[in-house]
Design a binder for this molecule. Structure first.
Ligand SMILES: Cc1cc2nc3c(=O)[nH]c(=O)nc-3n(C[C@H](O)[C@H](O)[C@H](O)COP(=O)(O)O)c2cc1C
Length: 336
């Protein structure tokens, strides 16, 4: 007999080709072959974070992931990557089934280039008007991500985006909800609101299979929701996308970095596009310092507010099983 959770997830699982409609959101440096294959092998949907990888590196990462799982997984590409179209070609050469375009609206021709190979395109919708526009442009599914999430964030909370976007769009295409989800109770609620599934990052970042440094994981286990704070924009002329991370010395260093880039902008030494690229390179480097080198003081500990619900290292399969049983219990309780 199909239970309510399975039927609420049916659209998401059919779309993803996975057993559960739980996506492990791409996390730069963290979402590589080991975590991605572990998630897909455990019935979730893993995503490789391409980040600033070159096409050759992405090619090797996809091949290595394929060697570790026969289950479907996807690739997350950042739209401002200067070689975006070469990266799409790499994904197509591997017949990657799902590509997420993150970090801004998809540039002209990118959706078509992905769909030409029959792959599914997933985009982030930060507002209802953009959700409609993306749907019209042929995007196959949407992720709505609230400001509770770890990493780069928008200004609106998950609960508000869900109320604004799910009733209007969930019938049109699969919509996955992300940001602040750490317990199956919330998964049940968003599915009942019409979501096809969910995307979690913070909850998976410190899984046993994650290559994140033990210091990085320890910082997560100690932290509570209020420690995961959004970065502050120090100069109104330099619009920086806020990043949510655990507060440390690196948080102050980012303020200094913004002042440095704003001064270059003032002196006419860089234009706005270059200034923003410099900020993004800074984040990629800072995240690497924390995730790979274990420098949890000066590196960036990108984490969402659900970090308080991450209390110890668990295998991915156990995390997914816990989330599913919590969601199932919540639905049963509500039905009773
Ligand atoms: C350490 C870390 C790195 C991340 N890097 C990326 C990234 O490279 N690309 C991206 O689209 N999202 C990135 N995210 C966002 C996640 O994919 C996911 O959407 C988010 O973590 C979901 O919210 P949650 O943290 O509340 O679970 C990152 C999140 C974290 C915690």
């Amino acid at each position: 007999m199909t239970d309510r959770l399975t039927s609420l997830m049916a659209r998401g699982t059919a779309f993803l080709g996975s057993e559960t409609a739980i996506i492990c959101g791409a996390m730069s440096w963290v979402s590589e072959r080991h975590l991605v294959s572990a998630v897909s092998n455990a019935g979730g949907f893993g995503l490789i974070a391409c980040g600033a990888m070159t096409p050759a590196l992405l090619d090797a990462e996809i091949a290595a992931t394929k060697a570790l799982t026969s289950k479907p997984f996807g690739v997350n590409l950042i739209t401002m990557h200067p070689q975006l179209f070469d990266l799409i070609d790499v994904c197509n050469a591997h017949d990657v089934s799902h590509i997420v375009l993150a970090g801004g609206l998809p540039p002209r021709g990118s959706i078509e280039a992905i769909k030409a190979n029959g792959a599914m395109v997933i985009c982030f919708a930060p507002a209802l008007a953009l959700a409609k526009k993306l749907h019209r442009s042929g995007v196959d599914a949407l992720v709505i991500e609230g400001m509770e999430a770890g990493g780069h964030i928008g200004p609106v909370a998950t609960g508000v985006l869900a109320q604004e976007i799910l009733p209007a769009m969930a019938r049109e295409l699969p919509v996955f909800v992300a940001g602040g989800i750490g317990h199956g109770e919330a998964i049940a609620a968003y599915l009942e609101m019409g979501a096809a599934g969910v995307q979690l990052g913070t909850r998976f970042a410190c899984a046993a299979e994650s290559i994140a440094h033990p210091n990085f994981k320890k910082a997560f286990f100690r932290a509570s929701a209020r420690d995961a704070v959004a970065s502050v924009q120090v100069d109104p002329r330099l619009p920086v996308i806020p990043v949510r991370a655990l507060k440390n010395a690196g948080t102050e260093a980012f303020t200094a970095k913004q002042r440095e880039v704003a001064a270059l902008l003032d002196a006419g030494q860089v234009d706005m596009g270059e200034a923003q690229l410099q900020i993004e390179h800074y984040w990629a480097g800072a995240l690497r310092r924390a995730v790979i080198d274990g420098d949890v003081e000066n590196g960036s500990l990108m984490a969402g507010q659900s970090v308080g619900m991450v209390t110890g290292e668990e295998p991915v399969a156990q995390i997914i099983a816990t989330l599913m049983s919590e969601a199932r219990a919540a639905l049963e309780r509500r039905a009773a």
